[in-house]
Design a protein around this ligand. Sequence first.
Ligand code: MG
Ligand code: ZN
Length: 179
Amino acid sequence: MEKIIFIDRDGVINVDPIGDYVKSWEEFKFENGALEGLKILSDRGYGIILISNQAGIGDGVFSKETLDDIHRKMLEVFAGRGIRIRSSHYCLHGKNAGCKCRKPETGLFQAAVKGIQYDPQRTFLIGDKATDMEAGVRFGIKTIFVRTGHGIFDEPRLEGRFKPDFIADSLTDAVKLLP
Ligand SMILES: [Mg+2]
Ligand SMILES: [Zn+2]
């Protein structure tokens, strides 16, 4: 069994420009404590899997080349700190494209776990939106909601079967809740 963890990008790892997109590396700012949290996960042997909706591409706000550039530079920062990412999965479709990968759909999760032996009962998704929590529940894993990013707006919307298993103030605090 592999120890894996799913992590949303905007609003968890980097500051989410609410109502906008991260459209360049200059606009990409790490959330407080995010690098520290990722380092702890990496050192503890978790296979970190990034799952991120980037509808700005499908909706024509910025290009795939720009996303690739941001992604490459983000990975360089991670590498400089000894943080290893197992894989990254982005939905590039527009908000209304009706694809099967934009969260709360679970297509990216299904693609990510191909060939991986893992225990869903001990596998978490960390995210800052109610739709992240819905995706995690629908995929059959545990969820941790963080109050960074959209967290402050979405916390009142967490209800019913999509309620998270835990709520934390930041990625660093979320990591402390893990087995
Ligand atoms: Mg997010
Ligand atoms: Zn998609």
